[in-house]
Design a protein around this ligand. Sequence first.
Ligand code: IMP
Ligand code: MG
Length: 170
Amino acid sequence: MLLHEEEILTRVNTLATEIQGVYSTVTELTIVALLNGCLIFAADLLRRLTIPTRLESLSVESYRGATHSSGVVTFKQALPDLRGREVLVVDDILDTGRTLAAVIDQVRQAGAASIRTCVLLKKRRGRAVNVEADFWGFEIDDLFVVGYGLDYAGRLRNLPYIAILQERAD
Ligand code: IMP
Ligand code: MG
């Protein structure tokens, strides 16, 4: 076990407070949630926000059933019209940075007025591309983790806590 459910939810509460502080003067915030990984995190975070908020979701894929990034980010649909909107991109985890970098690029092209990023977890190790999160829940070592929305080959997203995936020795 890496992070207990209570620990995650406590941090999500304080993250919501941090986010609201930064967006206190905007008329409306648009969350762009990256599915499937951030589904559970985004659901918990959204319910802690009291400022006017809209939700858009995007299906993106950078992992193909393995524990290593393919390096290619695939968008499964076109982006909504984000002209003039204050966008917070929410993802489960920041690893190489390729996903966030590709999404930021698309969100910018969709006309957002401002773009920030929020991830539940960020890996400490260096990024493959130059991108950082404006808000993050926990910084972790270079481990493969599952649960609370994070998957291994599409599985284990349903764990209410975050665990380290152990590889079998045999
Ligand atoms: P990046 O593009 O390398 O930053 O990877 C981000 C995406 O890879 C995330 O949205 C996750 O879906 C996936 N990912 C990266 N590390 C992990 C992990 O430890 N467990 C599960 N998914 C991961
Ligand atoms: Mg994933």
